[in-house]
Design a protein around this ligand. Structure first.
Ligand code: ASP
Length: 412
């Protein structure tokens, strides 16, 4: 196939054309093309709930009995905690090295209002939120954690059914899942058009002036994300999975481009699932277990952001943190990244969890967070791509550990 007929090249070109259109035509371009981006996002969102539903149930049902499920569960959680903790460490290192907040002058910077998002405020609340009061309501409000919980226990229940019945239910969900994947592949064909519109709108509506005061802060976050993307996660791929990072990266190009354009791991999830199975070569059993949960709780990019963002604010206010407080930042940054929803700007909303834990609050803090929000979109794009990449690395590593030798052997 000629290079320009390949989807990822078309998407990259669409991104550049979109950025230029936004830059040259400004606001009018945003209103002319914005709706196309919204439509594309709606198409992606439309398939999340049925896809998660069918993929987890068919995946868990095919894992079989309790022991195998337990093993997969511990591996998955182990990977999430390890990769997110490493991410926070990278953030901590960068913010202490660059010190973006020391001497920063925040007066006169542009501020924006925070979106309203429901976020659990404590670990106990997070646990309680896990169990849906009503499955239909959880699905209707795309409450992913609660939905995932139900699907896992339902799938586990299916494995205990007598032989004849079990096969019928498993086959049914498997067939529904295949149908959802077909639908996903169809929607992905519109990727270049959707990405063009999303990027045009983003460039046309983000004021670049706001960047000046916060440039060093943006650089700190971007360098933390880059180190995690090109050093930490590849090392995990090599050491834990014996996988060539170059191959994994190439196989994951489409979800990465979508994560970057949509700033939402949730909206990217259908494509992540599709790609991790088709290109990376992970079984449905592992992919459907690791990815939906990963999209919701495993956010390495967001973890870096929480840590750098909170310490940046502390530096701006001249607030010296003790070692103990730095430890509190590490733990709460991890929790905040778990609690953040897989939607745009969620990371900035949950930063208050970290700030509150070290006693930073008040109008001055709100003012700084408001300024950070004004330039958040490009940073959100990058951290979402890192979030998605970490999930896919986890799926590949766990699949290898389960004996799936075909994973990431070639670029597909
Ligand atoms: N937008 C990110 C995501 O969906 C979350 C965040 O704002 O950090 O993964």
């Amino acid at each position: 196939m000629r290079w320009y007929r390949r989807l990822h090249w078309q998407t990259l070109i669409a991104m550049i054309v979109g950025a230029l259109t936004g830059l040259v035509f400004g606001e009018p371009a945003a209103s002319a093309f914005g709706w196309i981006g919204d439509l594309f996002m709606k198409l992606l969102r439309m398939i999340i709930v049925p896809l998660v539903f069918t993929s987890i149930i068919s995946g868990v049902a095919s894992v079989g009995g309790g022991k195998a499920l337990g093993r997969l569960f511990s591996k998955t959680l182990g990977y999430y905690v390890l990769s997110s903790l490493l991410a926070v460490m990278v953030g901590l290192l960068m913010v202490n090295l660059i010190q973006p907040g020391v001497g920063a002058n925040m007066t006169g910077t542009v501020q924006a209002d925070l979106p309203e998002l429901d976020t659990a405020t404590s670990p106990v609340q997070l646990l309680l939120d896990l169990v849906p009061k009503n499955v239909v309501a959880a699905a209707a409000s795309a409450d992913m954690l609660a939905l995932i919980f139900f699907c896992i226990v339902f799938g586990a229940a299916v494995t205990t059914l007598p032989d004849g019945t079990r096969e019928v239910v498993t086959k049914l969900f498997d067939a529904l899942f295949r149908a959802m994947m077909r639908l996903t592949s169809g929607i992905i064909k519109f990727l270049p058009i959707g990405v063009f519109a999303l990027i045009t709108k983003m460039v046309a509506t983000t004021g670049f002036d706001a960047f000046k005061a916060l440039a060093l802060y943006a650089v700190t976050i971007a360098s933390g994300l880059t180190i995690h993307l090109v050093v930490t996660l590849p090392v995990l791929l090599i050491v834990l999975g014996r996988i060539a990072p170059r191959i994994h990266f190439a196989n994951m190009r489409e979800p990465l481009l979508i994560a970057f354009s949509t700033s939402s791991s949730g909206a990217t999830l259908p494509v992540t699932l599709n790609t991790v199975e088709k290109n990376v070569g992970v079984s449905n059993k592992v992919a459907s277990f690791v990815l939906p949960m990963g999209a919701t709780v495993n956010m390495d990019g967001t973890a870096i952001f929480e840590c750098v963002g909170a310490l940046f604010i502390a530096q701006v206010l001249g607030f010296e943190l003790t070692i103990m407080q730095q430890v509190v930042v590490i733990i709460t940054a991890l929790l905040a990244s778990i609690g953040a929803a897989a939607v745009p700007s969620a990371g900035l909303v949950v930063i208050f969890i970290v700030l509150e834990a070290i006693g930073l609050r008040g109008p001055e803090v709100n003012l700084i967070v408001g300024s950070m929000l004004a330039i958040d979109r490009p940073l959100d794009m990058y951290r979402t791509a890192v979030n998605v990449f970490s999930d896919s690395c986890g799926a590949a590593i766990i699949a290898r550990s389960e004996g799936e030798a075909e994973v990431d052997t070639v670029i597909r």
